[in-house]
Design a protein around this ligand. Sequence first.
Ligand code: AMP
Length: 284
Amino acid sequence: MEKNPVVITEINEMKKISRKLKKEGKSIGFVPTMGYLHEGHKSLIRCSIKENDITVISIFVNPKQFSPNEDLDKYPRDFERDLEICRKEKVDYVFYPTFEEMYPENFQTYVIVEELTKNLCGAYRKGHFKGVTTVVMKLFNIVNPDNAYFGKKDYQQYKVIQRMVKDLNMDVNVVGCPLIREKDGLALSSRNKYLSEEERKSALSLSKSLFYAKELFKNGERNVENLKKEMSEMILNYPEVKEIQYIEIVNPETLKPKETAEEGDIIALAVYVGNTRLIDNIQL
Ligand code: AMP
């Protein structure tokens, strides 16, 4: 049976509800999102529903994690569609605040995770993770979840949040969920909506090159430079690829770049297909 989720737009109301749920001894699972929900988000919701009494999702396109030259204004939004998905997935509460509710005048406090944000996306998206950690900290304080679900699609984000929670002794269990792909390998992302038909074909360069590198690794290749070179050559053969922003092979905990690849390492990359910046990763 489908179920109408309760939509909450005010912080005080959300806090009141989570306090009440806690008092009743209910566990709260939380899935923070920027909306335009797809199968990746659904997989997090399903994990949360399975493991908690109550599931809260937030839909908030957080301006503080976009730089001025990024896609904040055109980021896809469709609240009614999202709500329909939440209804089908049996989400209990949808927290849907406005910008003014989250960042009233004179807002001036930020959370920064220092080391883990220095490379990969952090090196290219200045201020991005500061915006992410700050909003997630706020959302955790508002929703007060027992468990919070993050996709390994954004592997660096997942590790950064995990670090923040440890360092600041927060009472939230951060759960990392598997990356969900389309049948042909493309990692699901709200930004895939930007892709033209031709670009969609070239977007496969990310996953195809990751699978290829994993295959090379399985066959004994350990040299990171060689693996990266093979991947770049493959990616640049796709006509709509405009630029490879980075390809890195990193330690899964420190996210520091490796010279020799080992089992468990993460290969992560960011590529511009047309004007759309896509990211993907795989664990060796
Ligand atoms: P977003 O709405 O893009 O900010 O993503 C919200 C959450 O969904 C984040 O924890 C993402 O890592 C996760 N997510 C997005 N795409 C995927 C995917 N393809 N597979 C798994 N999780 C995902």
